[in-house]
Design a protein around this ligand. Structure first.
Ligand code: GAR
Length: 217
């Protein structure tokens, strides 16, 4: 099987990264995690990636004059590792249209809300403030507009009476760890494909297979 050489881009703790690395250990998984790349050299996820035996590198955005200079360095590293596909997993930098164009149709992001609701930051606080009863997470292809792009997978969670932003975030995060490996599997295997603004062949959140963990082999 030709596995899709995938890079995970992180800025922080990397729990979604862990879930993707774990899923990709399965021999039948259609993607391999060939690189973890961070814009922050001190991101805790980098050490975890190395411990898991995955190549890890940092390109510190602070040392570049502008966003495109930073992105050209990222691009060189991605090319050096012969990367075919990118998963953003808590990567907290916005990209220029130039970088997004390089990876059009080949870059996924996970967002901690049911898009198109709650784009941007502080999604759990805002959901609680609005009193919504259903919240969740979304995996989508990256397009130039922030937190937009064809949706591959979503999972919904209930908002409970006693929830704080932290308890709600934890409930959503558990679902993130389930749907991201699933979404990458669907895309890397060619089952899910973009048509216009939709992804066909993807799953509805009610599909039982969505709940099946992409656990260790
Ligand atoms: C995740 O909740 C992810 O959805 C969110 O950051 C967290 C990263 O956690 N991403 C965004 O907010 C992107 N705008 P992790 O480093 O443990 O995967």
């Amino acid at each position: 099987m030709n596995r899709l050489r995938t890079a995970i881009l992180i800025s922080g703790r990397g729990s979604n990264m862990d879930a993707l690395i774990e899923a990709a250990r399965r021999p039948d998984y259609p993607a391999e995690i060939a690189l973890v790349l961070s814009n922050r050299p001190d991101a805790p996820g980098l050490a975890k990636a190395k411990t898991a035996g995955v190549a890890a590198a940092a390109v510190d955005h602070k040392i570049y004059a502008g966003r495109e200079e930073f992105e050209r360095s990222l691009q060189l590293v991605l090319e050096a590792y012969r990367i075919d596909f990118i998963c953003l997993a808590g990567f907290m930098r916005l990209f220029t249209p130039w970088f997004i164009e390089q990876w059009r149709g080949r870059m996924l992001n996970i967002h901690p809300a049911l898009l198109p609701s709650y784009r941007g930051l502080h999604t759990h606080e805002r959901a609680l403030a609005d009193g919504v009863k259903i919240h969740g997470c979304t995996v989508h292809f990256v397009v130039p507009e922030m937190d937009e792009g064809p949706i591959v997978a979503q999972a919904a969670v209930p908002v409970l009476d006693g929830d704080t932003p932290e308890t709600l975030a934890a409930r959503v995060l558990a679902q993130e760890h389930a749907i991201y490996p699933l979404a990458l599997r669907l895309v890397a295997s060619g089952v899910a494909r973009i048509e216009g603004n939709r992804v066909l062949g993807a799953l509805a959140a009610s599909d039982a297979r969505l709940l099946a963990p992409e656990g260790p082999a």
